[in-house]
Ligand binder design. Structure first.
Ligand SMILES: NC(=O)c1ccc[n+]([C@@H]2O[C@H](COP(=O)([O-])OP(=O)(O)OC[C@H]3O[C@@H](n4cnc5c(N)ncnc54)[C@H](OP(=O)(O)O)[C@@H]3O)[C@@H](O)[C@H]2O)c1
Length: 322
C-alpha cells in the first residue's frame, strides 16, 4: 500500500510517497481502507519536528480520517467488515490503509458521507469542545473567532451561533470574509480593526471569550479586547508560538483568564468521543452544520496541501483522497 512518510524533520519536501507493507490488525484493532485523510495544522508541526509533536523518523503522517473496515483483529466486537468508521488521534492516516484501535473508531451514520465524517473528526470535535466545554457559550455572549474561514473557524462560528452567541470574526479578507459571514458571524473584521468592532458590539465592555488559534501575531490584541474576567482560549499557533508572558498582565487587564487546551484532553474516554461525534453527525445529517471541504488532494500531493495550509491559501477542511 502507498503511504506518505516523513523521512526526516523539515519542510514539505521531506514528505515522500512510499510503498509499504499492508498492516495486519492485532487484538482490538481494525484494518481500514482510507477513503479520506484529514490534513491538519498539527501535521505541519509534526513534520517540522516541533515539540510536543516530535516523532522518530521515518513514520507515516496523519492523525484523522474515515474509511471502510476490511479486517477485524482478535476480540473486536460491535464493528462489521464493510462498515464505515472515522477516527482522530490515530497515527498513520496519510495512507491507503491504516490500523485503528476499535475503541477509537466511531461508526459513521447514514446521512453523513465518509469525506464529511473525516472532515469533522479533529476540527469539528475541537470546535465542539471549545464552545461547549472550555467556555460554554451562552445567549448574547460576545465572542471573537480568529481565522474564522479556516477549518476550525467555520465550524466554531456555526456552533457559537447555534448556542446564541455573537461572533466577531477575523479573517484576512476577500472570499474568507464572505465565508465567515455565511457561516453566521454577525461581524467580520480584519485583524487590525476587530478591536473597534468588539468595543462597539459590547458597549465598551469587551469580549467574554476570544478563541485564538493564530497565536503569536494575535495574542496581544486578544488579551486587550477581553471584558473584565474574560477568557482567552489560546488553542493554536498558526502564526507561530506565543513567547512567555508576564502573568501580571492578567491582573492589569481585568482579572483575566487564559487557557491552552488540546483535543486529546477533551476526548479522553470513549463516551466523550462518541458524545461529541454523535452530536456533530446529528447536526450534519439534519442540515444544521455545514462542513466546507475547501480542497482535496491525491496522496502524492500531500506536500502541496501543507504548503497551501501554511501559506494561508485555504478555507475550511483539506482532505487527502488515497
Ligand atoms: N488545541 C486544539 O485542540 C486544536 C485542534 C485543532 C486545531 N488546532 C489549531 O487551530 C488552528 C487552526 O487550525 P486549522 O487546521 O483549522 O487551520 P486553518 O484555520 O484552516 O488555517 C490557519 C489560518 O490561520 C490564519 N493565519 C493567520 N496568520 C497566519 C500565519 N502567519 N500563518 C498561517 N496562517 C495564519 C489564516 O487565515 P486568514 O488568512 O483568514 O488569517 C489561515 O488560513 C491551528 O493553530 C491549529 O494548530 C488546535
Amino acid at each position: 500500500m502507498r503511504a506518505v512518510v516523513v523521512t526526516e524533520s523539515g519542510g514539505p519536501e521531506v514528505l515522500e510517497l512510499q510503498d509499504r507493507e499492508s498492516p495486519t490488525p492485532g487484538p482490538g484493532e481494525l484494518l481500514v481502507e482510507v477513503e479520506a485523510a484529514g490534513v491538519n495544522y498539527m501535521d505541519i508541526y509534526a513534520r517540522e519536528g516541533r515539540p510536543p509533536y516530535t516523532r522518530e523518523t521515518p513514520y507515516v503522517l496523519g492523525a484523522e480520517g474515515a474509511g471502510r473496515v476490511t479486517e477485524l483483529g482478535e476480540g473486536v466486537e460491535g464493528v462489521s467488515v464493510g462498515s464505515t468508521v472515522a477516527w482522530t488521534g490515530v497515527p498513520g492516516s496519510y495512507a491507503e490503509q491504516v490500523l485503528v484501535p476499535a475503541d477509537r473508531a466511531v461508526p459513521v451514520p447514514d446521512g453523513v458521507d465518509a469525506q464529511t465524517a473525516a472532515a469533522v473528526m479533529l476540527q469539528g470535535c475541537t470546535a465542539h469542545y471549545l464552545a461547549s466545554t472550555t467556555y460554554p457559550v451562552g445567549e448574547g455572549d460576545v465572542t471573537v473567532v480568529h481565522a474564522a474561514a479556516g477549518g476550525v473557524g467555520l465550524l466554531l462560528t456555526q456552533i457559537i451561533r447555534a448556542r446564541g452567541g455573537i461572533v466577531v470574526a477575523t479573517t484576512s479578507g476577500g472570499e474568507k470574509a464572505e465565508l465567515a459571514q455565511r457561516a453566521g458571524a454577525q461581524h467580520v473584521a480584519s485583524y487590525d480593526d476587530y478591536a473597534d468592532v468588539v468595543r462597539e458590539v459590547s458597549a465598551g465592555a469587551g469580549a467574554a471569550v476570544v478563541y485564538d488559534g493564530v497565536g503569536a501575531s494575535t495574542f496581544d490584541t486578544s488579551l486587550q479586547v477581553l471584558r473584565r474576567r474574560g477568557l482567552l482560549v489560546l488553542y493554536g499557533a498558526a502564526s507561530g508560538p506565543v513567547p512567555p508572558f508576564e502573568l501580571q498582565r492578567l491582573s492589569s487587564g481585568g482579572s483575566l483568564f487564559i487557557t491552552r487546551p488540546t483535543l486529546g484532553d477533551h476526548i479522553v474516554t470513549r463516551e466523550e468521543l462518541v458524545g461529541r461525534t454523535d452530536e456533530l453527525f446529528g447536526w450534519i445529517a439534519a442540515g444544521e452544520l455545514d462542513v466546507r471541504i475547501g480542497a482535496t488532494y491525491a496522496l502524492a500531493d500531500a506536500a502541496r496541501a501543507h504548503e497551501d495550509l501554511a501559506g494561508r491559501r485555504t478555507t475550511g477542511k483539506l482532505l487527502l483522497l488515497p
